[in-house]
Design a protein around this ligand. Structure first.
Ligand SMILES: O=c1ccn([C@@H]2O[C@H](COP(=O)(O)O)[C@@H](O)[C@H]2O)c(=O)[nH]1
Ligand SMILES: [Zn+2]
Ligand SMILES: [Zn+2]
Length: 607
């Protein structure tokens, strides 16, 4: 039926409107906490993205202190509310489930212990992130276990995995999902990853421009089955930031056939809160990162026969991930909120943390070091304050320790601020989660080696986080807490207490202005940082070395070789300490070396 309007006829025709309308947000509540109840519509969305294993919540930041068990309870209560109101609520995740926390990364294969916890949410739609594709074992875990379990709810429209049995690349999840909501809306969903190229050969990422030419896709958008709304969700920033973004490509193809059918878009990957208006009948939300944010979007405008009667009205909100938020929006009390299911999940997380010994203490960090809350050269910045001294002291090949060395890394490898107080096994993964091997080229002339960092910092970045980071203000110390066990933290700090103050946190500006944050915050300083850092180690005093061992992460090997020029090739590169010594392995020895003062009485700083 192609672009013949009879094919998608009366079920989704809309009157044209000039502007996408929205429900006016409520009047802010003066007290700290959510400002007003959520604006429910006929079709509502709760959105998680880039959780990166933070299922335990943020043990040192009470504003993000809820754990996945709290979210299990919240999501179930919200589904019930939707049922009581006679409206639909879809739960959607847009990928990056690993790399960022001990719960997901302290097992031999990332996700072994965290994925069963993640599975406790009744998601309607999930899609894949790039962090499910760097390591073959992880990609196969998604392909062989979770894609099977999630069935057609796992939509990976442009991602395939190599099936060792058939010898073919096959879609990891479903190509698309056509389904009818409980209230009868007919939904066509596509889940697209950005044009990612850093995957292992266990997977294949189709460029979106090619994906939209696939027969299954043209069939799906030209189907004679009625479509009331498209859900275009993907591991992709909602704002077109660079050419690898694929949402707009797919959006444009849908619009060629369905000029006015609503397209609700949910994105991720750049770790920010954002909301973008695509056209009169299409809006897009992006919901942050690391279980700091839960995204909310609603729309109203379908008639009783599900046909759209424009203008649609929309709302969007970025919820802070804490129990106070969850309790407020479910109209519960602290005592009445929990469900057994949520408490069981909290217990499961505690057990995983104990089994993996994530609370084991390695040092007592004397202060907080952040990634971008102070300038890159400030002594409280994590690069000069921690990363450079740590790699200088720890990344040493004993057989070459007398050599001068330059150690270069991408700043994107450091994923989170390091908080003052106990530095645990978990914090190692929180700060430096990747298993990027330290490689090296021996005896590179220093005059050449010293040109690499400036060249890297002028060239394209092995993408770093765009997200803003919270800074520790109003920190309070509680010396009664020694080790960071989940239970202790929850008892003492798991609940955000209402205070008559506006605290620091996300203050978001998006296409609709500045009223999207569910709880008002004063904002967070966010200094730009270069794409790469460098440490100089064992340099002679007062003069330059003649040659250096040039040490770097395997993640940036190709960039380093291209900056060194044609005389340097990959056969000159080998593992520096050994091939199992990675970016997960230098922080713990450094904590043992540098942060033993106050170790027996290390105060926990809760922000
Ligand atoms: O082995 C790795 C893998 C990734 N990185 C860094 O992470 C970002 C991507 O993270 P998102 O959560 O998808 O934004 C990548 O650009 C690198 O900066 C790494 O350092 N090592
Ligand atoms: Zn991510
Ligand atoms: Zn990503």
């Amino acid at each position: 039926c192609g672009s013949d309007s009879s094919c998608y006829g009366p079920t989704n025709t809309v009157e044209h409107v000039r502007h996408v309308k929205r429900i006016q947000p409520g009047v802010p509540n003066a007290a700290y906490g959510p400002k007003a109840p959520l604006e429910w519509g006929q079709l509502n969305f709760l959105h998680t993205t880039d959780t990166h294993g933070w299922l335990e919540g943020h043990l040192k930041e009470q504003n993000y202190g809820a754990d996945w068990g709290d979210f299990v309870t919240f999501s179930r209560r919200m589904k019930q509310t939707a049922g009581n109101m006679g409206v639909d609520l879809l739960l959607i995740d847009t990928g990056d489930l690993h790399d960022g926390n001990g719960v997901s990364d302290a097992t031999t294969i990332d996700g072994t212990d965290s994925m069963p916890i993640f599975d406790e949410i009744a998601y309607d739609l999930l899609t894949i992130g790039n962090h499910e594709l760097y390591v073959s074992e992880v990609a196969y875990q998604m392909f062989n276990n979770w894609a099977r379990k999630w069935g057609d709810r796992y939509v990976t429209s442009n991602v395939k995995a190599f099936n060792q049995t058939s010898g073919q690349y096959e879609y990891i999840g479903a190509t698309h999902r056509y389904f009818t909501t409980e209230k009868g809306l007919r939904v066509m969903a596509f889940g697209v990853l950005f044009d990612f190229t850093g995957n292992s050969n266990a997977s294949q990422v189709l460029k979106a421009a090619d994906m939209v030419k696939e027969e299954w896709f043209t069939d799906a958008i030209n189907t004679c089955d009625p479509i009331d709304v498209f859900v275009l969700f993907g591991h992709n920033p909602v704002r077109q930031t660079d050419s690898s973004n694929t949402l707009k490509t797919v959006f444009n193809e849908i619009r060629k056939v369905h000029p006015t059918t609503p397209i609700q878009i949910l994105g991720g990957h750049s770790h920010i809160r954002d909301f973008a208006v695509y056209d009169d009948n299409s809006v897009a939300i992006e919901s942050g990162r690391y279980c700091e944010t839960l995204g909310w979007m609603s729309m109203t405008g379908f008639s009783s026969s599900n046909s759209a009667k424009s203008p649609f009205v929309y709302s969007r909100r970025y919820l802070d991930w804490n129990r106070q938020t969850f309790i407020y929006h479910t109209k519960q009390t602290e005592q009445a909120f929990d469900y057994g299911s949520g408490l069981r999940v909290t217990g499961d997380i505690t057990k995983v943390r104990e089994d993996l010994r994530l609370g084991d203490l390695y040092g007592c960090a004397p202060q907080t070091y952040c990634i971008s809350c102070v300038p890159f050269d400030n002594s409280s910045n994590i690069f000069p304050g921690v990363v450079v001294p740590a790699v200088t002291a720890i990344v040493v090949n004993k057989t070459r320790e007398d050599k001068s060395r330059l150690i270069i890394g991408n700043t994107g490898a450091i994923r989170f601020d390091l908080h003052q107080g106990p530095f645990t096994y978990d914090d190692n993964f929180i700060v430096s989660p990747f298993r990027d091997v330290f490689l090296y080229i021996p005896d590179v002339p220093y005059d050449l080696a010293k040109t690499v960092l400036p060249k890297l910092n002028k060239g394209p970045i092995a993408k770093r986080d765009l997200a803003t980071m919270p800074i520790p203000r109003d920190s309070c110390t509680d010396p009664s807490l020694g080790y960071l066990t989940r239970r202790e933290m929850r008892q003492s700090h798991g609940v955000v207490r209402r205070q008559e103050v506006v605290t620091s946190g996300y203050a978001t500006t998006d296409d609709w202005g500045t009223d999207g944050d569910d709880t008002e915050h004063t904002g967070i300083p966010n200094y730009s940082l270069p794409g790469y850092f460098q440490a100089e180690a064992n340099f002679p005093e007062g003069k330059d070395p003649e040659v250096v061992d040039l040490v770097f992460f395997d993640f940036i090997e190709s960039l380093i070789l291209s900056d060194l020029g044609a005389n340097y090739t990959s056969d000159m590169v080998s593992c520096y300490i050994d091939c199992s010594f990675t970016s997960q392995d230098y922080m713990l020895p450094y904590a043992k070396l540098a942060w033993q003062e106050n170790i027996d009485n290390c105060p926990v700083a809760i922000q």
